[in-house]
Design a protein around this ligand. Structure first.
Ligand SMILES: [Zn+2]
Ligand SMILES: [Zn+2]
Length: 136
């Protein structure tokens, strides 16, 4: 399923919404309207929330999970004579490899998951990011 997630500009809570044609995007916490989706297929022509036309791709890796895996492996060191670190590093790597890519909007920071990523979309570029710093 395709979803959009972002920090709500009004209540500052992080929310994730399912996406469909003609949808009005409403924050589930404060009902603030983020924007409207005309058609899901053309969503990357213009960000439905801030009308920005520039996006970047990113690995959708949950840093919290990665950190938890590392912490557990360190806790287990005395019991496993240090073997837990390479074993958990491998698990970490396997998870990392499996993660999907997401698309993010430069201007509003919205994250788009489960979409067909347009060809030619590039990872985050610092010089473009700088242009949008003032909006964040
Ligand atoms: Zn809100
Ligand atoms: Zn945006």
């Amino acid at each position: 399923m395709s979803t959009i997630s972002r920090f709500c500009p009004q209540c500052k809570k992080y929310a994730r919404l399912g996406v469909f044609d003609g949808q009005v995007l409403l924050c589930p916490y404060c009902q603030n309207q983020w924007g409207k989706i005309e058609k899901v297929e053309t969503i990357f022509d213009r960000c439905p929330m801030c009308t920005c036309r520039q996006f970047y791709t990113d690995k959708d890796f949950n840093q919290v999970i990665g950190f938890a895996i590392m912490a557990i492996s360190i806790v287990l060191v005395p019991k496993t004579y240090g073997l837990s670190i390479p074993v958990f590093a491998l698990i970490d790597w396997l998870i990392y490899r499996k993660v999907a890519k997401l698309v993010a909007c430069y201007r509003c920071g919205g994250e788009f998951r489960g979409f067909n990523i347009p060809l030619g979309l590039k990872p985050f570029m610092h010089h473009i990011g700088l242009k949008y710093d003032k909006y964040r």
